[in-house]
Each structure stands twice: as structure tokens, then as C-alpha cells.
Design a protein. Structure first.
Length: 293
């Protein structure tokens, strides 16, 4: 699952409130995230293929899909695993998992199941029960990433692989960082607290590799994948973010209607610099990191 931001930060970060907020925002944004599935496929498809390759997903594999969202990448994974394989898609939001399950049924994929589960609680699954685990733009939003990774290692068999897609740095992801910066300035929000989860929490040089190694994964590898967001216009990108990035609305919650409208107008004007004859091309770079249990 992608595009969750922390709510406006209090004096100290409250992980429990963050989890409740995350669940609530995805319950609300589930329909829109599912509806934007074709864009997600085009935008994140190349990084998803790299993730599945690095996780070693092939015919017959049992795969755990963490923070699966509406399941676009779940279906890709299920096709790779084939009828002899199995995919369990987990997410903190039961509403969004209903879209994932419905999509699997429409495509006749009988090797997909869903389970509501916090991303830090995969230690509740049977030990060593999966050959591979994946997470597309989910790990960055877990308040305790090491606890999440410990649960993932628990669910993997020895020799199993985990692979995750995360954003790199804000300067390489302007389609996202520009709106966040404008909203933070206009709403007079403080910067994220150290260690707070968020879109760029694992994007710094060497951070993802160190995080996976600290969790006990070996043979860790990290690859960069250019992932531009391509849409007809900057206005369409703003519509995508307004409909699907629920936490942006949380950041704007303290502003009145006029202030919010002005902020969205400024965001569209700022993103217009990435619109040319070929349409809107929003800069985005993903990192794909993987390691062995």
C-alpha cells in the first residue's frame, strides 16, 4: 500500500494514534485507491517486477504480501506463483482488502487470500510458512520497522527472501515532496520527528540496507528504479493525490475551506513545471531492497 503520511506531529510521536489514523485514512481512501489501480500498475509496475524478481517469486511460491492495499501487486504476484502457489495479502484496513479479494475473484485467481493484520504483527502467522515476502510502499509507514521486520522473518522459511519498495529521497520524488512541502508550510506544521515513519524514512543513502541488515537479513541488495508518474496534466496528478492520499487531508485539517483551496491551487501551479508537450511527468525514484532470511 502506498501514500500514507503521518498526521500533524504532536510534541512526541504517538505510534498508537498513528496506527489508528492510518487505518482510518485507508478505510476512507480504499475506493479511490482501487479506482486508480490502472495508474498504479503503470507507475509502479517496473518496480514491482524488480521486487518480485529480487524476492525470488516463481511458480509454486508461497508469498506474503504486506500492506497489500487494493491488491494490484497481489494479482501480479499470484499470476507469477501460478495455481500451485499461494498469496496471502495482509493490510491494516479491512475495507481496502475487500477490493483486493474482489479483484482476485474477478480474475479467477483462486490462490489469493486476505487477512486484516497490522504490519508489525506478522509474528502471529505460523513460523516459516512462506517462501517469499513483499511490501510495496508499506514498510516506510510502520512506526516500529524493526518489529515489523522481525515478524516478517518469523513468517519466512530459512532461505526465504523479503523484498520491499520504498521512496528514495525528497529531491528525487518531487511529485510527492512538493505537495507535502507546500502543505507543511501553509499549515505551519513542524517537520517529522526523528525516527517517525513517513514516505522518505528509508530513502537516505544506505538507510534501507542498514535497516534490513539490522533486522538480521543477509545478502542484502538495494536497486534504484526510475518510476515517473505519467498523467495527461498536472491537474490530474493533483486529483489523484486529493482523492487517494488521505493523509494530505489530515495535514490540511487545521485550515479553513478557503485556505485548503488556495493550497491545492498552489500545489497544482508548482507541479505544472513537470507538464510539457508529452503531458505531466512527475519525478519519482523508488528503491527496491531485498534480503535473505
Amino acid at each position: 500500500m502506498a501514500e500514507t503520511l503521518a498526521a500533524p506531529a504532536p510534541a512526541t510521536f504517538d505510534p498508537d494514534k498513528f496506527r489508528q489514523s492510518t487505518r482510518s485514512q485507508w478505510e476512507s481512501a480504499a475506493e479511490a485507491w482501487d479506482r486508480w489501480g490502472p495508474l498504479l500498475s503503470r507507475w509502479l509496475g517496473p518496480a514491482t517486477d524488480v521486487m518480485l524478481d529480487m524476492a525470488g517469486v516463481g511458480p509454486g511460491a508461497r508469498v506474503l504480501d504486506i500492506a497489500a492495499g487494493a491488491g494490484e501487486q497481489t494479482l501480479v504476484t499470484a499470476r507469477r506463483a501460478g495455481s500451485a502457489g499461494y498469496v496471502l495479502a495482509t493490510d491494516i484496513s479491512p475495507a481496502i482488502l475487500r477490493y483486493a479479494q474482489a479483484a482476485a475473484r474477478r480474475e479467477g485467481l483462486r490462490n489469493v487470500e486476505t487477512q486484516e493484520l497490522d504490519g508489525e504483527r506478522h509474528d502471529q502467522l505460523p513460523a516459516g510458512s512462506f517462501d517469499a515476502a513483499i511490501s510495496r510502499v508499506g514498510l516506510i509507514y510502520f512506526p516500529d520497522q524493526q518489529r515489523a521486520l522481525a515478524g516478517i522473518r518469523h513468517a519466512l522459511r530459512p532461505g526465504g527472501r523479503f523484498a520491499a519498495i520504498v521512496y528514495s529521497t525528497p529531491d528525487r520524488n518531487a511529485f510527492f515532496s512538493v505537495p507535502v512541502g507546500i502543505i507543511r508550510r501553509r499549515a505551519q506544521l513542524p517537520p517529522p520527528l526523528p525516527g517517525q515513519p513517513g514516505p522518505f524514512s528509508l530513502g537516505g543513502e544506505g538507510v534501507l540496507q542498514r535497516t534490513l541488515e539490522q533486522a538480521g537479513f543477509r545478502d542484502v541488495e538495494v536497486r534504484r528504479v526510475d518510476s515517473p508518474v505519467r498523467l495527461p496534466t498536472a491537474a490530474e496528478c493533483v486529483r489523484f493525490e486529493r482523492e487517494s492520499f488521505g493523509a494530505l487531508h489530515q495535514m490540511l485539517a487545521g485550515m479553513d475551506d478557503a485556505g485548503r483551496a488556495d493550497t491545492w491551487r498552489e500545489i497544482e501551479q508548482a507541479l505544472a513545471q513537470y507538464q510539457a508537450g508529452e503531458g505531466f511527468v512527475g519525478p519519482c525514484e523508488m528503491l527496491v531492497g531485498a534480503g535473505t532470511r
